[in-house]
Design a binder for this molecule. Structure first.
Ligand code: ASP
Length: 431
């Protein structure tokens, strides 16, 4: 008969209930606990915000190397230039279409909920409108005159262009190109490992950020603008379930529950950090490891999505534009709605995936239909709360589009998708 383990060796590590949990469970508990702590202790909860800031900085640290290296690997893993062009076209078209649907849902909910009814904006302060760059300037600005400068500035679109050209050059450079390709493949492994290490700290960052938000805003600030918050949150949930859930079910013919399970960690990190660019490393890990999207497709679709695909932001702009119109008693006509849809779609492309960027772009949308910019000031008070939902929707959209594109290109590993395996935290040894 086998010897029973001694009491000593059989004893569990005191923290094993925590370290044995899946990462998404830890993040969820941290989110709820942070909310509770913030509500109970109020503004002093801001004291633990630096822990959250350290976590955000750590994921920001990964953005530039991750985009560059994974995009180069994505291009070099696709020798077929036609296929690459096709993927690019599909990605951009789906991004634009879903964004236009998002803003339409936002306008619909703004009409239904009437968030601005009975709110007096007279006392709000003036806000400077943001100038939209001209189309030609936008195109010229895509080419970095100094790639290192683009990386130092974190100019994601310029980094994408440089990485694409660099990858194409590797493919065309024959034998030396193959050596560089191998080097980048190894480098990518190291950067993915670094990403996993940073992500394992997510629960602590999420806890601190949640406690800070709940402690700073509290219920008193949130209640008067509750309808705007309700409309934006309802819109984000509807868009995620109907548009992405529907596309995953009916177009990709996959189980939508599996999709939402697989992307949950990225949603939680987006929700608390309010930065889709910052969440990119986590989104990348989720779609590759949990959902089975190939590296080639995900390393192309996701960095692009984190920069140009902002369905949550577009939806929020629809709700807020109606909020301001209603608060000022201004009637919008059909043409105004079309203008809002067009400008919001374009504005969401130009919105950086960083906290609060959508609020700045809101001034552009309001200007396009002559709505008073003072409305932005009131929204600013609750913008962090709205930013949490819209950023979570932004990354949900990036992930869903990567699954759709991968499925249509035969680049989806359905065995991984159907398991919806969830990333494990780095386990701490029990003794
Ligand atoms: N925070 C959003 C994001 O990073 C952008 C926005 O402010 O709407 O996706």
């Amino acid at each position: 008969m086998a010897k029973q383990p001694s009491k000593k060796t059989g004893r569990k590590h005191p923290l094993s209930f925590w370290t044995g949990m899946k990462l998404w469970q830890q993040i969820f508990i941290a989110l709820v606990a942070g909310l509770a702590v913030g509500m109970i202790i109020g503004p002093p909860a801001a004291a633990i915000k630096p822990i959250g800031t350290m976590f955000i900085n750590a994921i920001k640290m990964l953005i530039v190397p991750l985009i560059f290296v994974s995009l180069v690997c994505g291009v070099t893993s696709m020798h077929d230039m036609h296929k690459m062009g096709r993927i690019a076209l599909k990605t951009v078209v789906i991004y634009l279409l879903t964004t236009a649907v998002a803003i339409t849902i936002g306008l619909g909910l703004g009409t239904l909920f009437q968030p601005g009814a009975g709110i007096d904006l007279g006392a709000a302060m003036a806000i400077e409108p943001k100038e939209a760059p001209s189309l030609i300037d936008t195109f010229v600005g895509l080419i970095p005159k100094n790639p290192i400068g683009a990386m130092a500035d974190g100019n994601v679109l310029q980094i994408i262009v440089f990485a694409l050209l660099f990858g194409i050059a590797i493919n065309l450079a024959g034998e030396p190109g193959q050596k560089i390709k191998q080097f980048f493949d190894w480098l990518a492994e190291v950067i993915y490992k670094l990403t996993a290490i940073v992500i394992s700290f997510a629960p602590y960052g999420v806890f601190a950020l949640m406690a800070w938000v709940a402690g700073t805003y509290g219920l008193d600030v949130l209640l008067p603008l509750g309808t705007v918050i309700l409309a934006v949150y309802a819109g984000c949930v509807i868009h995620a379930i109907v548009v992405y859930g529907g596309a995953i079910t009916f177009i990709a013919k996959l189980n939508p529950i599996r999709y939402f399970q697989g992307i949950a960690e990225a949603q939680a990190v987006a929700f608390t950090t309010t930065s889709s660019s910052g969440t990119l490393p986590v989104t990348m890990g989720c779609v590759q490891k949990n959902l089975g999207v190939s590296r080639g497709v995900s390393s192309f679709v996701l960095p692009l999505g984190a920069t140009i695909n902002m369905d949550g932001t577009a939806l929020y702009q629809g709700v807020c534009a109606l909020f301001v119109a209603q608060a000022y008693g201004i009637d919008l006509v059909f043409g105004d709605y079309v203008t809002i849809i067009l400008t919001s779609t374009l504005a969401s492309i130009g919105t950086a995936g960083v906290p609060g960027a959508g609020l700045i772009m809101l001034s552009l949308v309001l200007t396009s239909v002559g709505l008073p910019l003072e409305g932005v000031a009131l929204i600013a008070g609750i913008d962090r709360i709205l930013d949490m939902a819209r950023t979570a929707l932004n990354v949900t959209g990036d992930g869903a589009v990567s699954v759709l594109v991968a499925k249509s290109e035969g680049e989806l590993d359905e065995t991984i998708f159907n398991k919806a395996h969830v990333l494990e935290p780095e386990k701490i040894p029990a003794e």
